[in-house]
Design a protein around this ligand. Structure first.
Ligand code: PLP
Length: 501
């Protein structure tokens, strides 16, 4: 079977037919066997690049009989770090490491070491951890408009943007069940909302309705309004969205939610620590936070533009009552009276200490300056992209810059950029790539190098449009293949490979 020819045939069929056909097809032993062979072949090809250290470093599929020499272990760790560090440090990576300044990292590492044993679950042993978390929440809430609202804005610290979104959606589900008796809850989110919303729908049994975005990549308010029904528990929008850096019409969407007496979640995982400062700097930032009365919850990631180490985010609520639906409590467990505010039980208090330290070390002036540098660099890169006739930006983003081409294969451009060390994010529907700017990109010469390499990449792809190999065929197929079950299975196989020794 030539898998590459499938999209053309299947795209002519209605999607629900394709999905049903897919399920039936894979029950046929011959097809199943052929698919297995295809998956194996694709994974065999991918495996060497996913496991680059085989042969160069010792690997352990069982415990060493005796503990290894600590100095040797440290040498291995440093050698691994050395192989990986240059790329992100020099600013070749989209997103990922948002500060990365060596002195700042050293400072955060010291904080981690000081509090490495802390666990906020044990509130009696480490009240310092709860102090850090309460202050992280308060400072984030204040930045996002708390003092301009009537009631309290409260929240919790979570392990990342995904957990913040999971928690908020669980909170709305439980509130709707308790207060309104809703047994078949639904949420409405733009197609561009982070997939953490889909994850929460899967995990918590909430039906998710995706609404389209317009040509500006912002959520369609009329379509949202149309989708609301008596089971709707929450609407959401992004400020900005991961794929295109577009800020949804949060004011209109949250007003709609308020009119229907349902929740509205602003996902400011990316923008929570940028947009307040961008607004102060005079950039056009539409309202997106608790200053809007219809916004009932928000997520803002301290481990992105809050510049903390990976592993923290903040989820915020309008009012203490709403937050209580997030908590887990157990009154009859033989292990004692138990409660935990978030998904995990035990948690790394060290990361909360690091997050707190990052915030107080940055201060308002630090965030303002960081935002200024990022947005100025983004403007330079945006201008550079606009000078390349084969490319165009999607929407009108501030610092998450998605671009594509109508004339050349954008994934081939990404492959060429990869050869030049750049790690960009591939997007689909439409096919595009993006660069999420961080402080790493504000280093002298990085923006210029990006544009120079991009010009070279475009010229190369234009001259060699039929060149085979690289990831372009895989991304091209993944973007257009209607057999979404095949793609999802491929992702599962991919995860399997990651866990191979
Ligand atoms: C807008 C948005 N929301 C949520 C998330 C999820 O964050 P995390 O990867 O920390 O779970 C991201 C991640 O990039 C994001 O960009």
């Amino acid at each position: 079977m030539d898998i590459q020819k499938l999209p053309k045939i299947l795209n002519k069929l209605p999607p629900n037919w394709v999905e049903r056909m897919e399920k039936v097809f894979y029950k046929i032993p011959a097809i199943k066997a052929q698919m297995e062979t295809e998956y194996d072949n694709i994974m065999k090809e991918a495996e060497p690049s996913l496991k680059p250290y085989r042969g160069d470093f010792p690997s352990y599929s069982h415990l060493p009989p005796a503990g290894l020499d600590r100095a040797d272990i440290l040498r291995q760790l440093v050698a691994l770090k050395d192989r990986e560090e240059a790329r992100w440090k020099e600013g070749y990576v989209s997103g990922a490491v948002y500060n990365g300044d060596p002195d700042f990292i050293d400072f955060l590492d010291q904080v981690y070491a000081i509090h490495s044993q802390a666990n906020p679950l044990h509130t009696d042993v480490w009240p310092s951890a709860t102090k850090f978390e309460a202050e992280i929440v308060a400072m984030t809430a204040e930045m996002l408009g708390a003092s301009e609202t009537d009631g309290p804005i409260c929240g919790t610290v979570s392990s990342g943007g995904t957990e913040s979104i999971l928690l908020a959606m669980k909170t709305y589900r439980d509130r709707a069940r308790e207060l309104r008796g809703i047994r078949h809850p639904e949420m409405i989110v733009p197609v561009t909302a982070h997939t953490a919303f889909d994850k929460s729908a899967q995990y918590f049994g909430i039906k998710i309705i995706h609404i389209p975005v317009g040509s500006d990549y912002r959520a369609d308010v009329a379509a949202t309004s149309h989708a609301i029904n008596h089971n709707t528990i929450v609407l959401a929008g992004s400020a900005p969205s991961f794929p295109h850096g577009a800020i949804d019409p949060i004011e209109e969407l949250s007003t709609l939610a308020r009119q229907h007496d349902i929740g509205f979640h602003t996902d400011a995982c990316l923008g929570g620590f940028v947009l307040p400062w961008a607004r102060k700097l005079g950039y056009p930032v539409p309202p997106f936070d608790f200053r809007l009365p219809g916004v009932t919850s928000m997520s803002a990631d301290t481990h992105k533009y809050g510049y903390a180490a990976k592993g923290t985010s903040v989820v915020l609520y309008r009012g203490l009552e709403l937050r209580r639906f997030q908590y887990f409590t157990a009154s009859d467990w033989p292990g004692g009276l138990y409660f935990s505010p978030t998904l995990a039980g035990s948690r790394p208090g060290s990361l909360s200490a690091v997050c707190w330290a990052s915030m107080v070390a940055m201060g308002e002036s630090g965030y303002l300056d960081a935002t200024r540098r990022i947005l100025e660099t983004a403007a330079t890169i945006k201008q550079g992209i606009q000078t390349i006739p084969q490319l165009h930006l999607l929407g009108d983003p501030l610092w998450v810059l998605a671009f594509t081409s109508d004339t050349i294969n954008i994934f081939q451009v990404m492959d060429y950029m990869q050869l030049k060390k750049w790690s960009l994010n591939p997007l689909q529907k439409p096919s595009a790539i993006h660069l999420a700017l961080t402080l790493r990109h504000t280093q002298p010469g990085v923006a210029e190098k990006f544009i120079q390499d991009l010009q070279e990449a475009v010229a190369y792809v234009q001259a060699n449009p039929l060149e085979k190999g690289g990831s372009a065929p895989v991304y091209g197929m993944a973007a257009t293949l209607p057999l979404r079950g095949v793609i999802r299975e491929m992702l599962r196989r991919f995860a399997d490979v990651l866990y191979k020794v």
